[in-house]
Each structure stands twice: as C-alpha cells, then as structure tokens.
Design a protein around this ligand. Structure first.
Ligand SMILES: Nc1ncnc2c1ncn2[C@@H]1O[C@H](COP(=O)(O)OP(=O)(O)OP(=O)(O)O)[C@@H](O)[C@H]1O
Ligand SMILES: [Mg+2]
Length: 356
C-alpha cells in the first residue's frame, strides 16, 4: 500500500521526487523557507521563477515542485533556452508541420505540447531572444499556440517554471527582456541560496553524494572524518552543489589522494592569500607530485585507448577498472575532446593531437 501521509511540507508521500527531502532541503533555515514557500505554491498553477547562482539546485527544485504538484502525472519537459539557437528553439518549443520549411520532412510536436498536463521548465530564460519572448508571451496569455506551418490554434494546460542565474530585473531594465513577459513569469519567485549561505547542509550532501557515487562507480570509499567535513564547510564553493558533487565523485574514484584534496589545498592557499610557489615549498612539492601522477595516469589511459582503437570497454578491461570509472577519468582528463580533435586531424591530415 502506498504511504500517503503528508510530509512536513504537507505533501502526500506518493507525489514526492526521487531525491529525499532531507537531501534537497537539508537542515538550513534558508532552505526550510524555500521548502515551505514551494510547498504552498506547488498545488496551484501559478508560474514560478527560480533564481540563483549556477549549481545551486534550481533544476532539482523545479523537479521537486513538479513531483509534488497536481501536474505530477504529466511530463517534466525541460527546455534550455541558452543551449538551442533562436530559430531552432522556436521549432523545438512549438513544433512544426510537414513541409513547413526545407528539411521539415515530418510532423514534429513541440515541447510545449509534450508538457500538456505536466510541467514546462524553461531553463536560462534570460537568454531567450526577443522574437521568441513575444511568441512565448502570446502562449502564456491563454495557453494557445500554433505549430510552425499550421494556422490552427492548439491549447495546452501546463505548469510553467522558469529558471535563471541572471538578474532578470536588470535584463528588463536594459531592454534585453520584455516587461510584459517579465511580469508573466515573475508571479512567484524562489531564490536558491548559494552553498556558502547554507554551510550546515554540507555534511548531509557530502554523505549523499558519496553513497550515490559508490553505487554509480561500484566502488567503496571511506567516510569523511569530522575534521574534513568541518574543513569542507569552510570553503567558498563558487560552483555550489555541482562543485561539491564533482569533488566527491573524484574522492570516491581516487580515494583520499583525490583531487578534491588538491583543490582544497589550492583554495586554502588562495583564501589565506598564500601564493603557491611563493614560500610554501612543501605545498608546492605536494601539488607538483600530484600533478605528475595525474599526468602519468592520463598518458596510460591515452596509450591504452589507442592500443584498443578507442574501444572504451576493452580499455577498461585492460586497465582493470570499471567502465564507469574509465568514462569519468576520460572526461576528467579532457581526453574526449582530444579524441574528437584527433579524428578531425585524421580527416584533414594536418595536425597531430595528444601525441605524448
Ligand atoms: N539539493 C540537492 N540535493 C542533491 N543534489 C543536488 C541538490 N542541488 C543540486 N544538486 C546537484 O547539483 C548539480 C546542479 O544542480 P542543478 O542542475 O539543479 O543546479 P542549477 O542551479 O540548475 O545549475 P545551473 O544554473 O548551472 O543550471 C546537479 O548534479 C544536481 O543533481
Ligand atoms: Mg540549471
């Protein structure tokens, strides 16, 4: 039987998102405020604007709101307005009919339609170009739109959540964001606090990510000692939860010698105004040896990839590490782009890349 008892935010358990509330909201008062405001609004269909620095969990919160709303049985449809160029974005959003333009060989429903009875999540809304802003405004006014190449109007009932890490008010004042659209999407605003303003949540996040990456990489790791957690709580975390999560992934993969320690040493030096190489010769030596180990590891992976014709499964077997661990190391070492460059170079016969 399903547990339908309301949680502390008064939301039925069956509707909650996959991440535990304790992880999403932690124990800080800043996040308790966000949770209670989000819980109050999530049952209505009022548009929500989520602001906050990069990596603070805007998308995670948007998904939580979706899962706890009356629209939870529909889709959570994300559109990244910054990642898709203007002309393409219009067809992505509103879809098109066959023959609407050169290359439109079939009917394509837009993401707006896919979000019917669900949530339309417009990420990086400040980057929407002015032409599309007016089309979006038209849609938001009465929920109607037309596919490109089709004159009939369609109607969609969807909950709108927008997110941005820019100052939308400033964008409006400088004319990059339409006034009327601003007031439409800005009905209810939630501002995600940066991690440095919710430091008490760091231990629960660290443990959550450690367990998550242990499962993902099929590896075991040591729990962080209390003094280490204390240390992590005092860092600046400019990249917020994303930066923390990446650091823990490295820790699970590489153990206590992981780059998370190296990063921390570098940051500690920066925070205390101490220049690496400017007197801290012990720190510099440690850093140099870690860099050298990393470089050696990168070369071994590169050579093994080459020896196995870039077949990553065979490479992982040869290196006796899991496939996932290899994928992570390849990304971490920037070898994907090198491989792409290598293929490009092979095709043009000009440059040689990664040839150590
Ligand atoms: N409260 C949280 N609990 C667990 N993981 C989280 C939490 N908040 C963020 N994360 C993780 O941190 C990363 C960044 O989160 P998310 O994408 O939601 O941030 P964002 O604010 O949308 O960032 P950006 O502005 O760069 O798009 C993701 O991997 C996400 O899973
Ligand atoms: Mg985001």
């Amino acid at each position: 039987m399903q547990n339908d008892s309301p949680n502390k935010a008064g939301v039925p358990a069956r509707l909650r998102t996959a991440l535990p509330d304790d992880v999403i909201f932690g124990h800080s008062s800043a996040m308790a405020e966000i949770q209670s405001r989000a819980a109050r609004i999530c049952r209505t269909n009022v548009p929500i604007l989520i602001c906050g620095e990069g990596g603070t969990g805007k998308e995670v919160l948007a998904h939580w709101i979706h899962c706890n709303s009356e629209y939870a049985s529909g889709e959570f449809v994300k559109v990244n307005c910054a990642a898709i160029p203007g002309t393409l974005l219009e067809s992505e959003l509103f879809g098109y009919e066959k023959g609407a333009f050169t290359g439109a060989n079939h009917v394509k429903p837009g993401r707006v339609e896919l979000a019917h009875r669900g949530t339309l999540f417009l990420d990086e809304i400040a980057d929407l170009d002015l032409n599309l802003q007016s089309k979006l405004l038209h849609f938001l006014q009465d929920g109607t739109f037309s596919r490109i190449g089709d004159h009939s109007e369609r109607k969609v009932d969807a909950r709108l959540i927008c997110a941005t890490n820019k100052d939308l008010d400033q964008e409006r004042q400088t004319g990059r964001f339409r006034d009327d659209l601003y007031y439409r999407v800005h009905v209810f605003r939630l501002k995600m606090p940066p991690l440095r303003e919710r430091r008490e949540d760091i231990p629960v996040l660290v443990e959550f990510f450690r367990k998550q990456f242990e499962k993902q990489f099929e590896m075991k790791s040591e729990a962080f000692p209390p003094e280490m957690l204390e240390y992590l709580k005092n860092l600046a975390w400019a990249g917020n939860i994303r930066e923390l999560s990446n650091g823990i992934a490295r820790y699970v993969l590489l153990g206590p010698e992981a780059q998370i320690y190296q990063d921390m040493a570098t940051r500690r030096a920066r925070n205390t105004g101490l220049q690496i190489g400017g007197g801290d010769s012990h720190g510099m030596l440690k850093r140099m040896s870690k860099d050298a180990i990393k470089e050696m590891e990168r070369n071994v992976i590169l050579e093994t990839l080459r020896a196995n014709q870039w077949n990553r499964r065979k490479t992982a077997q040869a290196l006796k590490i899991s496939y996932r661990a290899l994928i992570y190391k390849i990304r971490d070492a920037g070898l994907i782009s090198r491989r792409a460059a290598l293929q490009k170079a092979d095709a043009s016969g000009t440059i040689s890349v990664g040839g150590n």
